[in-house]
Design a protein around this ligand. Structure first.
Ligand code: DAH
Length: 359
């Protein structure tokens, strides 16, 4: 076998044996690099006679071409093998369920959801949301609301009082959201249309009572406001809230110190086992208290009852949340149990809107 043939066999064996691209590069350098074996052979052509060169030239150049071709083919094969190996280890199973991100796993508490729903409903009717502090003065929580000294609501066993201040006054955790009515009337001029969702506190605890719960109050003050307006607002808002085509309401005379006349409102429903359905049935469920704002309350806020009238209503947010979403025990609302929340909670990006659906 000629030297060229031997060299060819040697280099092609090395090319075939190169296990990766780095090994193959070493083979290339050894053969075709500046000091490579084939490069060395090519250099000998210059010193040959024309006759020798005519014979040797095609042989040596043929060797070079063959080796170059073999190197290219081997490099492609190694590249493909490396890609196949990566594809094997980096496979993605596109049929697996998408893992939920934290924003999708989180849940909105039913209370927050109901507040958002009420806000959407009343904003559509031109109401603003007003808020007040949880710690109130006796004056705003009771006196200005025409709740006289000695009224049972003021008693220590119902309200959470703080220690008396040096001036003798005793702040308390507000027992209802009604002081926000007073704050609103003191701070802005009529016409007023607000709802006031918020936390309230009373010393009470059983399946349907917790020491902290939530109320929402509505207040409208304007010239010529009347009970007809109140009735329409309550009917329309409760229809929207319970997402039914009709609600029948029953208005019963009642007593609240801050309204005159005062009414309690029941809505028609069907109570079956533990389920309540609105818009049908022969049962009645009390859902709120309301009335025309008492002239004394208007006066206490610097408004002339001869010029302005208004109406107000108050209801328990937790209670209407329980009725709408069928949660049996109020205490669970505040137990911070993620299993309860993932069952009864709402998806954070599904914001309640009238157009897109409340719940
Ligand atoms: N403040 C009352 C309560 O806590 C609820 C209420 C009744 C509010 C009648 C009102 C109203 O604004 O007009 O039980």
């Amino acid at each position: 076998m000629s030297d060229i043939a031997k060299l060819e066999q040697q280099v092609l064996t090395d090319v075939a044996a190169a296990a990766d691209e780095a090994a193959l590069e070493a083979v290339r350098v050894a053969a075709l690099g500046r000091n490579g074996t084939i490069t060395g052979l090519l250099k000998t052509l210059g010193a040959m006679t024309p006759d020798e060169r005519r014979v040797q030239g095609p042989l040596i150049n043929g060797l070079k071409d063959k080796v170059t071709e073999a190197l290219t083919a081997r490099r492609d094969a190694l590249k493909n093998a490396a890609l196949d190996a990566r594809l094997n280890t980096e496979t993605v199973d596109v049929t697996l369920p998408v893992r939920e991100s934290p924003t999708e796993q989180g849940r909105i508490h039913p209370i927050s959801q109901v507040i958002d729903e009420l806000t959407a409903i009343f904003a559509d009717m031109g109401f603003k949301v007003a808020e007040g502090p949880d710690i109130e003065t006796d004056d705003l929580n009771f006196t200005k609301l025409n709740i006289p000294e000695g009224h049972p609501a003021r008693q220590m066993q119902d309200s959470f009082y703080f220690n008396p201040k040096p001036d003798g006054s005793r702040p308390l955790l507000r027992t209802h959201t009604s002081p926000v009515q007073i704050r609103t009337m003191l701070a802005q001029k009529p016409p007023i249309r607000v709802i006031t969702p918020g936390r309230v506190y009373r010393i009470d605890s059983d399946q349907t009572h917790t020491p902290m719960f939530h109320q929402v109050e509505g207040l409208v003050i304007d010239k010529g406001s009347n009970l007809g307006h109140l009735k329409w607002i309550l009917e329309e808002s409760m229809k929207a809230f319970f997402e039914v085509d009709q609600v029948k309401m029953r208005f019963r005379p009642s007593y609240f110190p801050f309204t005159e006349p005062s009414l309690e409102v029941d809505i028609q429903c069907r109570i079956e086992k533990n389920e309540v359905r609105f818009g049908e049935g022969n049962d009645w469920m009390e859902i709120l208290g309301c009335g025309m704002v008492h002239p004394n309350v208007l006066r206490n806020c610097g408004l002339d009852p001869e010029e302005y009238q208004g109406f107000a209503w108050g209801m328990g947010i937790d209670r209407i949340a329980m009725l709408k979403y069928g949660m049996p025990d109020l205490r669970d609302f505040f137990a911070a149990d993620v299993r309860w929340l993932s069952h009864y909670g709402f998806r954070p990006l599904d914001l309640p809107t009238l157009a897109g659906g409340l719940s």
